[in-house]
Design a protein around this ligand. Structure first.
Ligand SMILES: Cc1cc2nc3c(=O)[nH]c(=O)nc-3n(C[C@H](O)[C@H](O)[C@H](O)COP(=O)(O)OP(=O)(O)OC[C@H]3O[C@@H](n4cnc5c(N)ncnc54)[C@H](O)[C@@H]3O)c2cc1C
Length: 511
């Protein structure tokens, strides 16, 4: 006899909740799993997750979304990386691209050849000029990576989009595929007595919703995992001191960049994200170093278009829940942790948690999760959070903004051991340890390390094998190949207009 479907109940209809509901609807058999999502319009969503990582394309592929439609409906734009301004010190800037610097030569990483050429006085162009993505960013250009060129593997891309429209889009998508949506505010969470698992939720209306498996996507409130199951919070504020953000959209400007911009400021940093219909802006800051009013004024002073509405203040803490999965409840999104949006990692963490959850979810026959699988989920989640944390800390600690209290503090604080190890390796030979799982890639680390003025003392000995004359010639050839590729790209504005125009307009134009 078929077991009754496993009842999955998701609390929260922000990006995390609807991404989870959509993925469950796509992957899980409707006769074996039922999916219900509860959200409260009265409470609303955070709605500021506007920048993403290339991995989101895999998520969209998994759902089978049409990319152009997705971008039209979310007012999306393309993102080739992040430009960091003034992070090393005022006046300096660099791009962290989604893609490689150079190419492997004889299996040896490019940065070693480039650094050797520098040390030997060959005077090669800056490292960033060997990245197609950075060169495209510098020209405000975009094109899809194409399999037809030798440089196809050199870069990837992600999206900027309107986070509110994204949740709406996924809501329509998921409810059309069998997800039951319930509007209401959860006011009580009942536990069963034997194992302390969640049994049911009660809404303000009095309605009771029973389930077998619960996903806490209730945002910073962490209604199930934090409040009810009392999973402790690990605070990472000593490494990532920002605790507030002002967010405000403004009119779209001429500067239609295919990248996010992050500008360091006295008490934090300001983001700028171009969308089709407007530009998103925000100031992430630490109240220890700048007042709310001062931070708001700094943000408004940096807008490159008329503000569309009043700035909105968001409060947060850096850290995570000690366990992301406990008993029959998984926390996903802000309910399980938060790392500031410096590298646009939150939706990636959501995506990764959903994928791992789907892999490890109990079958209807078992109904209860195997504790070994729960531990595996938590191990993966911990590793990912910690690797991202190390990468974010690097941006802060590698600065030369002397005499500014926030920046003096983060330059000198005690680093986690894993980061110290990475910095030592880089310092001695330009190496960055590589992990199969998790983020960020070697080239991402190199972008920030070199971008913020850190340089190794030596290069990998394996790069010694190439005679200097040949090295010089190969660097020149690669440099012009990368430049030619970037020059052939249309502007980002043209690429968006062409790709995202409504299908009917396209047909009319071609007939
Ligand atoms: C300043 C800032 C900037 C950010 N920028 C980025 C970015 O650029 N890129 C990125 O990837 N991420 C970013 N993020 C993170 C991103 O916004 C979130 O990770 C993402 O939106 C997921 O949020 P969520 O769904 O977990 O929570 P929320 O959006 O807060 O949703 C919570 C849901 O739970 C519901 N809820 C809560 N309590 C109850 C209750 N009692 N009963 C019923 N429903 C309830 C709410 O109504 C809502 O539907 C940013 C975050 C902040 C704070």
């Amino acid at each position: 006899m078929q077991p009754s479907p496993l009842r999955i109940v998701i609390v929260g209809g922000g990006s995390a909740g609807w991404m989870c509901a959509a993925a469950c609807a796509q992957v899980l058999h409707p006769q074996r799993y039922s999916i219900t999502l509860i959200e409260s319009e009265e409470i609303g969503i955070v709605g500021v997750g506007e920048a993403t990582l290339p991995a989101l394309r895999d998520f969209n592929d998994m759902l089978g979304l049409d990319e152009a439609q997705f971008m039209r409906e979310t007012q999306g734009t393309f993102k080739l990386g992040i430009e960091f301004r003034d992070w090393d010190r005022p006046g300096e800037h660099y791009v962290h691209p989604f893609g490689a610097f150079g190419e492997l030569w004889g299996g040896v990483e490019f940065q070693h050849f480039w650094w050797r050429a520098r040390q030997q006085g060959l005077n090669p162009p800056p490292l960033e000029e060997f990245s197609v993505a950075v060169r495209a960013c510098r020209r405000n250009a975009f094109d899809f990576p194409s399999a037809s060129t030798v440089l196809s593997t050199f870069y990837g891309y992600a999206y900027h989009f309107d986070a509110g429209l994204y949740s709406d889009f996924l809501r329509r998508w998921a409810t059309a595929r069998g997800v039951t949506r319930i509007e209401g505010r959860v006011v009580d969470v009942a536990l069963e007595s034997s194992r302390g698992h969640i049994e049911s939720l009660t809404l303000k209306s009095g309605q009771r919703i029973a389930g077998d498996f619960f996903v806490d996507c209730s945002g910073f409130r962490s209604l199930l995992l934090g409040d009810r199951l009392q999973v402790p919070w690990e605070d990472w504020g000593s490494w990532l001191p920002c605790d507030r953000a002002w967010a405000v959209p403004c009119e779209r400007s001429e500067d239609f960049t295919p990248y996010t911009r992050s500008t360091a400021r006295k008490g934090g940093w300001i983001w700028r994200i171009p969308l089709q219909h407007r530009t998103g802006n925000g100031h992430v800051f630490s109240t220890k170093y700048v007042s709310e009013d001062e931070a708001c004024a700094a943000l408004l002073g940096q807008l490159d278009g008329r503000a569309l509405g009043e700035p909105r203040l968001l409060r947060f803490r850096a850290g995570r829940r000690a366990q992301a999965w406990k008993g029959n409840c998984v926390g996903i999104g802000l309910a399980s942790g938060f790392l500031e949006p410096l590298e646009s990692t939150s939706l990636f963490l959501v995506q990764k948690a959903i994928q791992d959850m789907l892999r490890l979810l109990p079958a209807p026959e078992a109904r209860v999760a195997d504790e070994r699988l729960v531990r595996e989920f938590n191990r993966l989640s911990d590793a990912l959070y910690e690797r991202i944390r190390a990468f974010l800390i690097l941006h802060y600690t590698a600065n030369r903004r002397i005499g500014e209290p926030l920046w003096d503090h983060v330059r000198d604080y005690e680093l986690p051991e894993s980061l110290r190890h990475k910095l030592r390796l880089f310092d001695s030979r330009g190496h960055v340890p590589y992990f199969k799982d998790g983020f960020f890639s070697r080239d991402s680390w190199l972008a920030v390390l070199f971008g913020q003025g850190l340089v190794p003392r030596a290069h990998d000995r394996m790069a010694e094998g190439m005679p200097l004359g040949l090295l010089d010639a190969r660097l020149r050839e690669l440099h012009s190949r990368v430049a030619a590729h970037a020059i052939s790209m249309p502007s980002h504005a043209e690429a968006i207009a062409r790709y995202c125009e409504p299908p009917r307009a396209k047909q009319a134009a071609s007939s």
